[in-house]
Design a binder for this molecule. Structure first.
Ligand code: CP
Length: 338
């Protein structure tokens, strides 16, 4: 199996990775844990600049990429929203990329159009990481999800090979689900329960790609059936921003909801609960009820913590400092109880 060259590469799709590449990202993440937990400081990226270009709303992806770069010692320049940039004056992605790559050592970009981050990367003189492009892909989310899955299963003496997972909600527009399905195809004997309203089913192209893997799947619109025989439940939000109107997206809100009662009655003991977040906590949606917040099997905040590590690992590998972290370390000087 051929390993990928991380140094100087764009990270645009989860399809770029084979299993050894993922193992490398995960071992790098493990190595960076003391820095993410602020037990130690590294300044290995001192002088480097990240341009964090989020042309679509984000909380955790934007802040965790920025924090990851800061923790490694680099500086972050940020734009949020197209209206705050000259894209709103008609400037092309090509020109924007040529300009920004002169100011930066690496760029993270999110944009509402599928394929836009690739187009931007083609014009860039520095590596570009896809922070989510329309309904297409969210590769760093899939990596942090997979890392979380591995850790959660390990605590139960299980592995990703043999995983049983239910993907629930908006499987049509959910880019996190699209990337996760692709990466799960690298593993052996994975069973995926695809649980969605019929109109929001997983795109055919991804289902078709399962035939080249050992993934087996079945589809249902019955959440109780879908969650009854799995190790992991992966809930998702209705991606209302991808629909033609709010009226259209509202038709699907509240159809697939998980709460403690449904969980207790239908799941195997200790089934792990994940969600890429944000969850839609408005009463008409509420796909993941807050009455699960104290359930020890709820892994959503372990996912978000792991996002910092995975993004630190990606910067380290792409910028070629993964083996040099210890060259530039010291103890922290402030109070920390993480
Ligand atoms: N999971 C995720 O992409 O969250 P944000 O939209 O808040 O970045």
């Amino acid at each position: 199996m051929r390993s990928m060259e991380f140094l100087g590469s764009h990270i645009l799709s989860i399809d770029q990775f084979e299993r050894p590449d993922i193992e490398k990202i995960f071992s790098t993440s493990d190595h960076l844990l003391p820095y993410a937990k602020r037990e130690r400081i590294t300044r290995i990226l001192q002088g480097a600049i990240l341009s964090n270009m989020f042309f679509e709303p984000s909380t955790r992806t934007r802040i965790s990429f920025g924090s990851a770069f800061n923790i490694l010692g680099g500086e972050v320049r940020e734009t949020t929203g197209i209206e705050a940039t000259s894209l709103s004056k008609g400037e092309s992605l090509y020109d924007t990329s040529r300009v920004l790559s002169g100011y930066s050592d690496i760029i993270v970009m999110r944009h509402h159009e599928a394929g836009s981050v690739s187009e931007f990367a083609d014009a860039s003189r520095v590596p570009v990481i896809n922070g989510g492009d329309g309904d297409n892909e969210h590769p760093s989310q899939a990596l942090l999800d997979l890392y979380t899955i591995e850790k959660e299963l390990k605590s139960k003496n299980k592995t990703i090979d043999g995983l049983r997972i239910a993907l629930i909600g908006d499987l049509k527009y959910g880019r996190a689900v699209h990337s996760l399905c692709k990466v799960l195809s690298l593993f052996n004997n994975v069973t995926i329960n695809l649980v969605s309203p019929e109109k929001l089913e997983l795109p055919f192209s991804i289902k078709e790609s399962f035939s080249n893997s050992s993934v087996s799947f079945f589809e249902t619109d019955d959440i109780k059936e879908g969650i009854s025989d799995v190790d992991i439940i992966y809930m998702t939000r209705i991606q209302e921003e991808r629909f033609s109107s709010r009226n259209e997206s509202d038709k699907y809100k509240g159809l697939m909801s998980l709460n403690q009662e449904i969980y207790t009655k239908n799941c195997e003991p200790n089934t792990i609960i994940m969600h890429p977040l944000p969850r839609d906590s408005r009463p008409d949606a509420n796909e993941l009820d807050s009455d699960l917040n104290q359930n020890p099997n709820l892994a959503i905040y372990r996912q978000t913590d792991n996002g910092l590590l995975i993004r630190m690992a990606l910067f380290s590998l792409v910028l070629g400092v993964d083996k040099k972290i210890e060259d530039s370390t010291s103890e922290i000087a402030w109070y920390s109880d993480k």
